[in-house]
Write a protein that binds this ligand. Structure first.
Ligand SMILES: Nc1ncnc2c1ncn2[C@@H]1O[C@H](COP(=O)(O)OP(=O)(O)OP(=O)(O)O)[C@@H](O)[C@H]1O
Length: 358
């Protein structure tokens, strides 16, 4: 799958001038409120007809303003999931799912309903109406309905934004299964860094209608020089590893990274499972001697690669710990006091790590 997007469009005083390429998986459109994420996904959906540009999916030209090509929304065969589930209130869950299937084009075989129901864990809800579902359940049904229309691309615009933290946590594992077990490419709009760190393969970082960085999630979320549009307090490292072992009494998982081991609170992931860890840079401290008597479980030794100063007096230090790179966000004063410089050996003390199944 290849998706090429390159659009320019004026909306009142706002100018969208954005493009990216995706070769499948989950592409996150990420940025602050008002950066243009929704406008861009609406252009991909066919809800906005761009002033200029092209959108091409697998060689199929959906928009080319120079050639006056504009394939209307209903002929693009995309699935949509919005902030609110927008289910039909008078239909049961089963009825809503059948409606999705009804939209699958003739000759296309959508995922079987049983498989989608199982994937999203909604089997026990089939006879209920939307009014009797939680927000998270409604959203899972909306995703199921979209999947059953055999979409070529799934567009999700802040699908978790209307849910409370508990419901978000409940639905994220289903989104991960969707990413890992279906072949449907996803464009996912979010302003929440932990969601993007957890779900995305590629990130398109937007600011003021422009794309300011694009690339693999681990690069975009951690590279301070590229992150001009991103709230630097949100920066962090995204590392891949596998679950090496468990310590059930302490509910801790041991994650083997490229050259380090991390201890992470978690008890639901199988041994050998590939995982991602997200380490916010603000939760990493640096020491020039190995600290003793600390409650932190994870202390990695490494060497400083770069130090980038911000205008707010903070600095982001990139530390290579063998083959794993960790970023620490510390004060400029600490940098001076510890005489931190590129090449200097340091210990990275990691306060929190989030573990995500992969
Ligand atoms: N139809 C319109 N006419 C004029 N301005 C518009 C229109 N639609 C959107 N805008 C403006 O375009 C800018 C980008 O909006 P957009 O919804 O794409 O951003 P966003 O990144 O998705 O933000 P949020 O996360 O808050 O949804 C905003 O300043 C918005 O006010």
């Amino acid at each position: 799958m290849t998706l090429l997007v390159d659009v320019r469009h004026r909306l009142g005083a706002f100018r969208l001038e954005a493009g990216f390429a995706s070769d499948g998986g989950v592409t996150a459109l990420f940025g602050r409120s008002g950066s243009g994420k929704t406008s861009l996904i609406r252009a991909i959906a066919g809800l906005i007809r761009p002033d200029e540009g092209r959108i091409v999916l697998d060689g199929d030209v959906l928009v080319d303003t120079r050639r006056d090509i504009f394939v209307p929304k209903h002929r693009r065969r995309f699935g949509y999931v919005f902030q609110e589930a927008r289910l039909f209130p008078h239909f049961t869950v089963r009825g809503n799912l059948s409606y999705g299937r009804w939209f699958a084009p003739r000759g296309e075989v959508p995922d079987s309903q049983d498989r989608v129901v199982e994937l999203l864990g909604i089997g026990h809800l089939l006879d209920r109406r939307p009014a009797n579902l939680s927000g998270g359940e409604r959203q899972r049904v909306a995703i199921g309905r979209a999947l059953l229309s055999a979409p070529r691309l799934l567009l999700m615009d802040e699908p978790l934004a209307a849910l409370d933290e508990e419901r978000k946590a409940e639905i994220l594992p289903y989104l991960e299964r969707l990413r890992d077990e279906t072949k449907v490419p996803i464009v996912y709009v979010s302003h929440a860094v932990h969601e993007v760190a957890r779900l995305a393969d590629r990130v398109v970082l937007m600011r003021d209608g422009l794309v300011v960085a694009t690339g693999p999630v681990s690069d975009v979320l951690s590279a301070p020089t590229l992150n001009s549009g991103m709230d630097r307090r949100e920066m962090g490292s995204v590392l891949s590893g596998v679950i090496a072992s468990f310590d059930p009494p302490h509910r801790l998982a041991t994650v083997q990274l490229k050259s380090n081991v991390l201890h992470v609170p978690n008890s639901d992931v199988a041994e050998g499972a590939p995982v991602r860890v997200h380490i916010p840079a603000r939760d990493v401290m640096l020491a020039i001697e190995r600290p003793a008597g600390l409650s932190a479980l994870n202390i990695l030794d490494g060497r400083i690669e770069t130090i980038v100063a911000d205008s707010d007096g903070m600095v982001t230090v990139r530390v290579a710990c063998g083959g794993d790179v960790v970023h620490a966000r510390i004060t400029g004063l600490s940098t001076e006091r510890l005489d931190l410089q590129p090449g200097k050996p340091v210990f990275a003390v990691i306060k929190t790590v989030a573990l995500d199944p992969r």
